[in-house]
Design a protein around this ligand. Structure first.
Ligand code: SAH
Ligand code: DHB
Ligand code: MG
Length: 223
């Protein structure tokens, strides 16, 4: 059996045992697929992991950068109390439209809001609203802008907030200091910012699973 076959089988087992999906989550993936969105949402195991992190944080306010069809949004929003709030930023009007329907079907439209546009335009507008600090920020959009997203996350959070950065492995290329691909450069810059910023501490973990070989970074905002 190949590595990927093992990873699929074990993810299937972990997910069916510990983080089973339900009709709203399945429908979100089905409709995303039917609308032609790429199949790059987090897995159910990763979605549950994000949800647990949000619960561990006692999160009331969550910021997501990169909505796609709202699959990760649903996992995260389900961690919030009824008066909690999730804001998800999405570049593509088409993705956002699919996501809004998926979020509504999951009964989360009073909690989760999708804002359309380039995140680097939506973030300053959001900051102008002086929102309550976000307890968790999930960064999962265009990787080239990762350092800018970490900077914005810092401005919009509080001491104790958590920042999660998805897809930091880039097929292993992240370890190549000479690589000039924008996604690798952006991801390395974000990791170095986490390493060097006085108000951030973090780590990164490699993962395998049904999405292949990947990984995420986790950072904590300090006082
Ligand atoms: N978090 C989702 C997956 C997001 S995929 C999930 O796990 O379910 C990445 C998304 O980021 C795509 O929908 C893409 O359109 C969006 N994106 C890309 N560039 C962006 C930008 N500059 N601003 C906001 N969103 C962007
Ligand atoms: C891609 C983006 C993601 O956020 C992800 O989790 C997997 C793949 C991509 O752009 O290929
Ligand atoms: Mg991702």
């Amino acid at each position: 059996m190949s590595g990927q076959q093992h990873w699929d089988d074990v993810d299937d087992y972990f997910i069916s045992t510990l983080s089973p999906d339900d009709e709203a989550l399945r429908a979100a993936l089905r409709d995303s697929d039917a609308a032609g969105l790429p199949a790059i949402a987090v897995t159910a195991a990763q979605g549950k992991f994000l949800q647990l992190l949000a619960q561990l944080q006692g999160a009331r306010n969550i910021l997501e950068i990169g909505t796609l069809g709202g699959y990760s949004t649903i996992w995260l929003a389900r961690a919030l109390p009824e008066d909690g709030r999730l804001i998800s930023l999405e570049y593509s009007a088409k993705h956002a439209e699919v996501a809004v329907r998926n979020i509504a079907r999951a009964g989360l439209d009073r909690i989760a809001e999708v804002r359309v546009g380039p995140a680097l335009e939506s973030l300053p507008k959001l900051a102008d609203e002086n929102p309550a600090p976000f307890d968790l920020v999930f960064i999962d959009a265009d990787k080239v802008n990762n350092p800018h997203y970490v900077e914005w996350a810092l401005r919009l959070t509080r001491a104790g907030s958590v920042i999660v950065l998805d897809n930091v492995v880039r097929g292993g290329r992240v370890a190549d200091a000479g690589n000039t691909e924008p996604d690798v450069v952006g991801t390395r810059a974000a990791l170095e910012l986490i390493a060097n910023h006085p108000r951030l501490t973090g780590t990164a973990l490699q993962t395998v699973g049904s999405k292949g070989y990947d990984g995420f970074a986790l950072a904590r905002v300090l006082g």
